[in-house]
Design a protein around this ligand. Sequence first.
Ligand code: GAR
Length: 202
Amino acid sequence: GGRVVVLVSGGGSNLAALLTAHADPAYGARVVGVVSDRPTAGGLDIARDAGVATAVVAPADFPDREAWDRAVARTVASFEPAWVVLAGFMRLLGAPVLDRWGGRVVNTHPALSPSFPGAHGVRDALAHGVRVTGCTVHLVDSGVDTGPIIAQRAVEVADDDDEATLHERIKVEERRLLVDVVGRAAREGLLVDGRRVRFGRG
Ligand code: GAR
């Protein structure tokens, strides 16, 4: 079925939404492992509380970028996932992961791509003065928050928004969107750039 590994660096609110959804067998996707680059990521606690296996692959534990990339790929592979979901994973994935799961790696980003990629999508949108921003779920390529767009939702900017209040409202939409996309992918495959991408076995 739809075995999914989720990669997190932070608090894990998107992961929490996926774990709530996967408790229903009809959802189709199942989170079989959570991997983080940060041993203190809150998402790891959320996974443990849900009884999901976790692993930490911290860059500091590896001599160089390539060794870390290989370790991430090895760790993800150990869970035999069909798809990989980046839910607040704040590092670029290297070739070892993209070569193996390319086209089956999904990321969520708190802005309307292609605007405001990077680690500060909410702050950058506010600084630009946009009146509408939102969230994007997309397939991952080797760029920062780039790759074919699967789904987006718009969120209006309020006059008194700061980065925290706006990000909170975006996250409400974002977790619904991510849960919807991952479930749909598991049950019927995804239509991306006019092509249907299906969950493989695993
Ligand atoms: C989410 O808003 C996600 O889109 C963002 O980090 C947050 C993680 O929240 N990712 C990026 O900015 C990627 N460029 P969470 O840990 O509570 O799910």
